[in-house]
Design a binder for this molecule. Structure first.
Ligand code: SP5
Ligand code: ZN
Length: 360
């Protein structure tokens, strides 16, 4: 490996997940979480000399450390049940996509009844209509989880910094919900694996343009895992819309271990980097023994999914700030949809982290 690179965990099994577009405001559109993303990241890693490692397969029990087993079971069986119900022929939808949702105010105070129709079951665990399930979605999501878990285990084994090239991404998947192009929460699985491997306090710092409502959900009541995120202000009209406000600071024993820094659409580097500095400081105050970085680069100027306008240099400055924590670090890939710049943004950020000394 050239100096200033570190191991990267990647698998071609990400290609099993072809979301086949998304349904947005009722309209099927091509979507941006495409197969090419995973291959472009691999090409950039390879060109920069990163050692590329295949993930180790993990038993399903690992998933249940952060997810409701019933949701995992749903993800495993949803596509098969959808096809068996004949929806690909009539009405002609070959991906699992919901049309009805059991809102709490509509179904509370009575026993929950799992709908008999697969079309209705499709609304039980997802937050939105943009996170379709195809034939290989669950297999690819498992492999992405394997990448994150493998990276965490390598870190526990002494590797100071490891990158997990997860696709599909994960930070919008909560304990019992999924959405926003995410199915299983790769970063949360990595953080939990570090806890289970003996790290007392872990910090998850989320640089993706969107709030990681799934990661926040999973750790919201816990004092041992800090969740700290900079993201486009949901109050200004951005996904995930309902969650990600600054006053969400954790609950019960987790009070104070959740840190949201919403920033304004179009803010550019300076306010975003000031927020990153707050996240760094929160991780230091948490006295974390290891860091998980949810590395979405969809905040970059030109990305079709966010209005933040962060420069490539801005991502490098953020990486340098986090390197200042001098913690063993697992990077987990989240979003990033500008295919012309995705590989360069990811690798540039990782190299800047290493060049700044990483865990040193
Ligand atoms: C992992 C991640 O970055 N997920 C973010 C998903 C955000 N999706 C929001 C809704 C999609 C609407 N996109 C339509 C773009 C039309 N200009
Ligand atoms: Zn995002």
């Amino acid at each position: 490996m050239p100096p200033q690179t570190f191991p990267a965990v990647w698998t071609e099994r990400h290609r099993l997940h072809d979301p086949g577009g998304e349904v947005w405001v009722g309209v099927p559109i091509p979507g941006t979480e495409v197969i090419a993303r995973g291959d472009l990241i691999r090409d950039a890693l390879e060109a920069a000399g990163f050692e590329i490692i295949s993930p180790v397969e993990h038993a399903p029990a690992h998933l249940q450390r952060v997810h409701d087993p019933a949701m995992v079971d749903y993800l495993r069986t949803a596509y098969h049940d959808w096809v068996a119900a004949g929806y690909p022929e009539e009405p002609g939808q070959d991906r699992v996509v919901p049309y009805v949702f059991p809102l709490p105010q509509a179904v509370a105070d009575r026993p929950f009844r799992l709908p008999a129709a697969p079309s209705a079951r499709a609304g039980v665990y997802t937050t939105d209509t943009t996170t379709l399930i195809g034939p290989g979605t669950f297999a690819a999501a498992l492999s992405a989880a394997d990448c994150a878990l493998t990276a965490a285990e390598m870190m526990l084994g002494g590797a100071p910094t490891v990158y997990a090239a997860c696709r599909p991404p994960g930070h919008h998947a909560g304990r019992a919900f999924f959405g926003g192009s995410c199915y299983l929460n790769n970063a949360a699985l990595a953080a939990q694996a570090l806890r289970d491997g003996g790290v007392d306090r872990v910090a998850v710092v989320d640089l993706d343009a969107h709030h990681g409502n799934g990661t926040q959900d999973i750790f919201y009541d816990r004092a041992d895992v800090l969740y700290a995120s900079v993201h486009v202000d949901p109050g200004a009209g951005w996904f995930p819309h309902f969650v990600g406000y600054a006053d969400e600071q954790g609950r019960g024993p987790g009070e104070g271990a959740n840190c949201n820094r919403p920033v304004a659409p179009g803010c550019g580097d300076a306010p975003w980097l000031a927020a990153v500095e707050d996240l760094r400081a929160a991780a230091a105050r948490h006295r974390a023994g290891a860091l998980v970085v949810s590395l979405g680069v969809d905040g970059a100027a030109g990305d079709p999914e966010s209005p933040l306008g962060i420069s490539a240099e801005g991502f490098c400055r953020a990486a340098e700030a986090l390197a200042g924590l001098r913690l063993p670090t697992v990077f987990v890939q989240e979003g990033g949809y500008d295919l012309d710049h995705l590989g360069g943004l990811v690798v540039g950020t990782l190299l800047a982290f290493a060049a700044a000394g990483g865990p040193g």
